[in-house]
Design a protein around this ligand. Structure first.
Ligand code: IPM
Ligand code: MG
Length: 300
């Protein structure tokens, strides 16, 4: 892949039971990690909103979902995922495994800057999530995020511990605007936050880095859901997350009009409810819902 001059990559979900053995020497996850590191995609943005049409589909009470509009900014190329040493060894007293959690202040600073910049365009609140009562990396995280925050006096910064954040996400999700956190915490919390939206099939993501192209910041866009092997090939998967990932992509490469048009077509199809997939309370298949969106695009 030459890649560098390309403006963006749109990625379909990877994985499946055939490749699930965590001890296999080649796993689909490795390709994902290679893409993330090769393109320096250190900032993973996962927006979570609850569409009014989908409030019923969420496991939370409607009253708790009012005003939910958050953006999880997950550090994507550091921490436990890439720390060395990592592996298992056999010692005289038994097997032993180790993973390493390193963070350099520069890695923390650049993701914090992204979070504050994005917060400025939103409700101007950043919640930085760590485990500073236990982890040294979290204590450094807290210091560096506080330093960066000093440059953004218009943005309210709060520090929260990851365990109580997990609880708050389920009890009072509307309190969050931008959440910024390290790689593993972000992985876990973003899946939890995704549940709020009612269907995992709804949520897009963008992974960005420093690389600039003629069209703007280079990024990789993908739905946050996995490959859903249990429904693969059955024409029932919700196409929203993938289409919304493409919309996010268009926005970041400066094609705002195209993005708005697709957004509008999507809202119309969702509002009509006639051609939506089963997880959204309809009886359409993937193809029919996609065709309905495309038809809307043509007539708008
Ligand atoms: C994600 C996924 C990946 C991750 C897996 C597939 C390795 O869960 O993008 O959230 O943990 O980063
Ligand atoms: Mg994940």
């Amino acid at each position: 892949m030459r890649g560098h001059e390309r403006a963006a990559l749109l990625l379909g979900a990877v994985g499946g039971p055939k490749w699930d053995n965590p001890n296999a020497s080649v796993r689909p996850e490795q390709a994902l990690f290679a893409l993330r590191t090769r393109f320096g995609l250190f900032a993973n943005l996962r927006p979570v909103t609850v569409l009014p049409e989908l409030v019923e589909a969420s496991p939370l009470k409607a009253s708790r979902l009012e005003g939910v509009d958050m953006l999880v900014v997950r550090e994507l190329t550091g921490g436990l995922y890439f720390g060395r040493p990592s592996g298992e060894e056999t010692t005289s007293s038994g097997r032993r495994a180790v993973d390493t959690l390193p963070y350099h202040e520069d890695e923390i600073r650049r993701i914090a800057v992204i979070a504050f910049e994005l917060a400025r365009k939103r409700r101007k609140r950043v919640a930085s999530i760590d485990k500073a009562n236990v982890l040294s990396t979290s204590r450094l995280w807290r210091k560096v995020v506080t330093e960066v925050g000093a440059d953004y006096p218009d943005v309210v910064l709060e520090h929260r511990l990851v365990d109580s954040t997990a609880m708050l996400l389920a009890t009072w999700p509307a309190t969050f605007d931008v959440i910024v956190t390290e790689n593993l915490f972000g992985d876990i919390l973003s899946d939890e936050a995704a549940v709020l939206a009612g269907s995992l099939g709804m949520l897009p993501s963008a992974s960005l880095g420093d690389r600039r192209t003629a069209s703007g910041t280079f990024g990789l866009y993908e739905p946050i859901h996995g490959s859903a092997p249990d429904i693969a090939g059955k024409d029932i998967a919700n196409p929203m997350a993938t289409i919304l990932s493409a919309v996010m992509m268009l926005r970041y490469i400066g094609e705002r009009q195209a993005a708005d048009r697709i957004d509008k077509a999507l809202s119309q199809v969702l509002a009509e409810k006639r051609d939506v997939t089963v997880d959204l309370g309809g009886d359409a298949g993937t193809r029919r819902m996609t065709d309905a969106i495309v038809a809307r695009l043509k007539t708008n």
